[in-house]
Design a protein around this ligand. Sequence first.
Ligand SMILES: CC(C)(COP(=O)(O)OP(=O)(O)OC[C@H]1O[C@@H](n2cnc3c(N)ncnc32)[C@H](O)[C@@H]1OP(=O)(O)O)[C@@H](O)C(=O)NCCC(=O)NCCS
Length: 358
Amino acid sequence: MTPSRTADERERDEMTETSTPLQPKGTGVLIGSEGARHSRILGVGGYRPERVVPNSELVDRIDSSDQWIRERSGIISRRMAARDESVVDMAEHAAREALAMAGLEPSQVGAIIVATVTHLLTTPGAAPMLAERLGVQCPAFDISAACAGYCYGISLASDMVRGGSAQHVLVIGVEKLSDFTDYNDRGSAFIFGDGAGAAVVGPSDTPGIGPTVWGSDGSQWQAIRQREPFLDADGSPLSSPPVLTMAGQTVFRWAVWGMAPVARKAVDAAGITLDDLDAFLPHQANMRIIDAMIKQLKLPADIPVARDIAETANTSAASIPLATERMIRQNEVPRGGLALQIGFGAGLVYAAQVIVLP
Ligand SMILES: CC(C)(COP(=O)(O)OP(=O)(O)OC[C@H]1O[C@@H](n2cnc3c(N)ncnc32)[C@H](O)[C@@H]1OP(=O)(O)O)[C@@H](O)C(=O)NCCC(=O)NCCS
């Protein structure tokens, strides 16, 4: 239904009808911005907080068992950040590691994108705070695309490098989900973990980041969300800290049936076939979702698949770069090989692209 026009809109339309349009001077000709022909990921890094939390530490409060959690989610343990460890602290570790792999100094960073939903300040963003830590004053901003945040960030960074907005863009997926988890909630207490993953995107002579296939389904915004807004309907502050809630089965079905076609489209858009892949890097949501996607996709059996969830749990925006960093470090994937990555989560939102591994 079209909403009725406001008084402001009616006044604006009346003025447009009666006034003579102004003419531009027409004397200046702009120089457009131009960047590199292609982009690629030059380095990745990861940070896992020191504290390991096995399932056994969580089960009593939710009347569960280590066996149930392993069978239903594939999670064995997760990392939990220290009380005084922030998303900016974790992001800094991962960023420095990614820069080291790329062979770059912080001063060469032209822009910073931090993908997170757990930075404790709605403003300012974590990115300018990270820039300050790195000693740079480049453009820096946060994006909120939950578990798809890293793939959204890679897409933006690639376009920025090719569009000439920056030569090297640092993309960080970082979450301290332990601050937003209700450890009495059976449906979500065991799923989440803390950590940070980073990538440096820079110029390339050949394509290193394929077209991004991305989108959203806002009709399902309730499926994973902060349980309550910061203020109640009367404008009074929340009585308890904001925590995440999840309709597990709804998310499960959406991921299993909806995401394999998105992954396939990203492979097609990149002009390759599944057989050309050297790695599959899905968001680490749940091991059963990963297995179901492999089946739906008919992914060739010899392609290494990220299964970092077992020891890292679901770290939302950090999960794909953390899994990538681990697989490269453990020599499970060839440097320079092709990897399909796909992120999906709260929104609901998703993004997939084929990348050349750094
Ligand atoms: C959360 C999730 C693991 C739950 O698994 P599930 O198989 O859907 O579980 P259900 O809610 O259907 O419950 C099945 C049974 O297990 C029980 N159960 C639910 N949570 C439990 C828990 N934490 N421990 C033990 N038993 C539990 C239920 O009571 C139910 O018992 P019943 O069969 O006797 O009624 C699963 O839905 C999931 O992973 N969803 C996707 C979540 C996700 O990926 N989120 C992030 C996306 S970015």
